[in-house]
Write a protein that binds this ligand. Structure first.
Ligand SMILES: *Cc1c(COP(=O)(O)O)cnc(C)c1O
Length: 396
């Protein structure tokens, strides 16, 4: 093996450009490294209560929030089992890998799943959503499930328009939304948008380690919970309401709350939620400008073909025919210590994803974009050089 072939030990900081988990700010990391405390200790309870209040501010809700030790999938499951009964129908708006996974889970739990099918590159047609609701004259659909920000494709679904479709149809179904990769990154307003239950997780916009998730629950959904008959124990909201923490059947993961307290301080007090959202929009525009530029010379292109629904927290990049996204990612990681997200499900090898959510600034985004361009040059992936300049132009 010649010197140039020897795998290098990466030096310098890894550029971690995945759309979840995301970079954890140093102050959050330090806060998380907290010694064990009794979760009923009055000092901890103060931290806990302030975290739940802060979380409600980020969700923009005044309703109930239930928390779980478990990743986003746990909150998906908690939400379904607390609201529905065996054999009931849910309508799922197809968006990509994550809508399909949520649908699979609903089916495994014994629910009847109806999908509103969609082209993953163009997004669901709201006319088709209205038609599915209009067709449901028996009002069998108990819940409409929407992934607000499809992390696999880099596309959002306008939740207020889904709410409007339900209202226009006079349909009583609950509106459930997954906000795992949008919360703390994109505008999200649970109460204003009439969301009945929303699912969030710790390791994306909230900039925490993986392992905690939660559900915001409207008064209407709490009502539906009373009659739900799917089996539940650890996730049972009624059990949780009987406990001091109004969440967690079992030990409370205290160290998460020291981290959450700090990430909420960064988001709500130091930067401000509006500025957080504006920063995500600004950095996302820079990423898209670079990719759009690269698409010259038959280069890679934006996977999302619907500009009105571009995601400001993740961009999926479709490789040119005959070039493997995973080979490019592996090389970028090995040679340049840049970690990119891979394509999920049927997009494996075809797409790579640049995560631009959480603790990020211009130098980090520009470093990522420059390194992607470098990796394409090294790997012989066709592209129009100068994507970084195009990004600079949007940021200047
Ligand atoms: C990450 C993600 C999930 C899954 O969450 P886990 O924490 O990995 O279980 C679900 N939905 C969306 C939109 C996501 O981005």
């Amino acid at each position: 093996m010649s010197a140039s072939e020897t795998p290098r030990k990466p030096r310098g900081r890894q550029f971690f450009a995945n759309p979840g988990p995301t970079n954890i700010p140093d102050s959050v990391l330090l806060a998380t490294a907290h010694q064990t405390v009794d979760f009923n200790d009055p000092n901890f309870l103060e931290v806990y209560d302030s975290c739940v209040a802060g979380l409600k501010q980020v969700l923009r809700t005044e309703h109930e929030v239930f928390l779980y030790t478990g990743s986003g999938h746990a909150a998906w499951e908690a939400t379904l089992v607390n609201l529905l009964s065996p054999g009931e129908t849910v309508l799922i708006l197809e968006s990509g890998y994550f809508s399909d996974s949520w649908a699979q889970m609903a089916q495994d739990l014994g629910l009847e799943v109806r999908m509103v099918a969609a082209d993953w590159r163009r997004g669901v047609d709201l006319g088709a959503v209205r038609a599915a609701l209009a067709d449901d004259t028996a009002q069998a659909i108990r819940a409409v499930c929407v992934v607000h920000n499809e992390t696999a494709t880099g596309m959002t679904i306008p939740l207020p328009e889904v709410r409007a479709a339900l209202d226009a149809a006079g349909h009583p179904a609950l509106l459930l939304s997954d906000t795992i990769s949008s919360l703390g990154s994109l505008d999200y307003r649970m109460d204003e948008w009439g969301i009945d239950a929303c699912v969030g997780g710790s390791q994306k916009g909230l900039m925490l380690p993986t392992g905690m998730s939660f559900t915001g629950v409207s008064a209407k959904a709490m009502q539906a919970h009373q009659s739900s008959r799917l089996p539940k124990h650890y996730f049972n909201w009624t059990k949780m309401l009987g406990r001091r923490h109004r969440s967690f059947v079992g030990t409370v993961p205290t160290s998460f709350f020291y981290g959450l307290q700090e990430s909420l301080r960064l988001m709500l007090r130091e930067e401000g939620l509006e500025q957080v959202i504006a920063r995500h929009a600004r950095l996302a525009r820079a990423v898209r400008a670079a990719v759009q530029h690269w698409s010259g010379n038959d280069g890679p292109q934006l996977f999302c073909l619907n500009p009105a629904r571009y995601s400001d927290s993740v961009t999926a990049v479709l490789m040119p025919e005959g070039h493997d996204a995973d080979a490019l990612r592996a090389m970028a990681l090995q040679r340049f210590n840049l970690s990119l997200g891979g394509g999920l499900g049927p997009l494996g090898g075809k797409v790579f994803r640049i995560g631009h959510l959480g603790d990020l600034n211009e130098p980090m985004i520009l470093g990522t974009l420059a390194t992607v361009e470098l990796a394409m040059r090294v790997a012989g992936v066709p592209h129009a050089p100068g994507g970084v300049d195009a990004a600079l132009a949007t940021l200047a």
